[in-house]
Design a protein around this ligand. Structure first.
Ligand SMILES: Nc1ncnc2c1ncn2[C@@H]1O[C@H](COP(=O)(O)OP(=O)(O)O)[C@@H](O)[C@H]1O
Ligand SMILES: [Mg+2]
Length: 261
């Protein structure tokens, strides 16, 4: 079958540029993630990682370039991601403070929800059976993250790393085939980061993952391919081994150390 075309990537962007006034936050950036693969996007603070993530989620419309889903151009909208089989977590936590942990995850478990579902979760009548099915999926997602014991709690009463796990459970509850993670390791200790890495690897049996992350160690140990951004440009691209010793990558991160010193 030598004439078979390679399968299009599950997701990616092609030549995406974003400007904020005079600032070029992204300059012709491209990447693609394959089926069941983890694709990392790294770079120092201000490199454009969150902007790229926001383009992928539809929070930011690129000034140029395309978002590709299964090889086709799409214009994602944040409230339509779940219906496209895409789930995301944001930098920080982003849970609804007034909903219990399990209710937060139930919001994620409803794949066909519309914008503002969170506020309607408690207001809309739904059948007992729907409610029970949603709750079961939410509890299963919490259990996978080892957070089912917190189901009845309010998120604000929980330690930060537990809140991050709940946010991830909410993303998984929609049963996506693509998971977009923005800095999932921020605020986590070493052991929690190791656990997170193992969890992300285990997810590849049923989904692809785009991991936008500042922590080199996590990205290097978890990703199949990595795109390195600096000042909005791709400065390196390849496997962890290929980018690890790339002078442009070392420069980008050393420059940051110097700035922070
Ligand atoms: N909404 C915005 N308006 C203006 N500038 C922005 C906005 N969002 C990000 N920027 C700028 O774009 C650049 C990239 O930011 P960001 O994508 O947050 O980087 P990272 O996530 O890698 O730290 C930074 O210089 C940042 O100040
Ligand atoms: Mg960021």
């Amino acid at each position: 079958m030598s004439d078979t075309q390679p399968a299009p990537s599950v997701f990616g962007v092609a030549d995406v540029s974003v400007r904020f006034g005079g600032l070029v936050a992204l300059d012709a950036v491209s990447f693609a993630v394959g089926h069941g693969k983890v694709h990392g996007v790294i770079g120092p603070n201000g490199a454009g990682k969150t902007t790229l993530f926001n383009v992928c989620c539809g929070f930011v419309r690129p000034d140029a370039g395309t978002v590709l889903r299964h090889g086709r151009p799409v214009s994602p909208r944040p409230d339509e991601l779940a219906g496209m089989g895409i789930a995301r977590t944001l930098q920080g936590v982003g849970l609804f403070r007034g909903l219990s942990v399990v209710e937060n995850v139930m919001v994620g478990a409803d794949r066909h929800r519309k914008a503002g579902f969170g506020s309607t979760l408690l207001a809309l009548p739904r059948s007992d059976r729907d409610e029970r099915a949603l709750r079961e999926r939410a509890m299963a997602a919490l259990a996978e993250l080892g957070a089912d014991g917190y189901a009845a709690r309010l998120p604000g009463s929980l330690p930060y790393p537990v809140q991050k796990r709940v946010a991830l459970a909410r993303a998984l509850a929609s049963e996506p085939d693509l998971l977009l993670l923005d800095e999932p390791a921020s605020g986590l200790g070493h052991d929690e980061m190791t656990e997170l890495g193992a969890l992300i690897r285990s997810l590849t049996a049923r989904m692809s993952v785009v991991l936008v992350e500042h922590h080199m160690d996590l990205v290097m140990s978890v990703c199949d391919k990595i795109t390195v951004l600096d000042f909005g440009k791709v400065v390196a691209d390849g496997t962890p081994d290929e980018v690890r010793d790339d002078p442009a990558v070392i420069d980008a991160y050393l420059g940051e150390e110097a700035t922070h010193a």
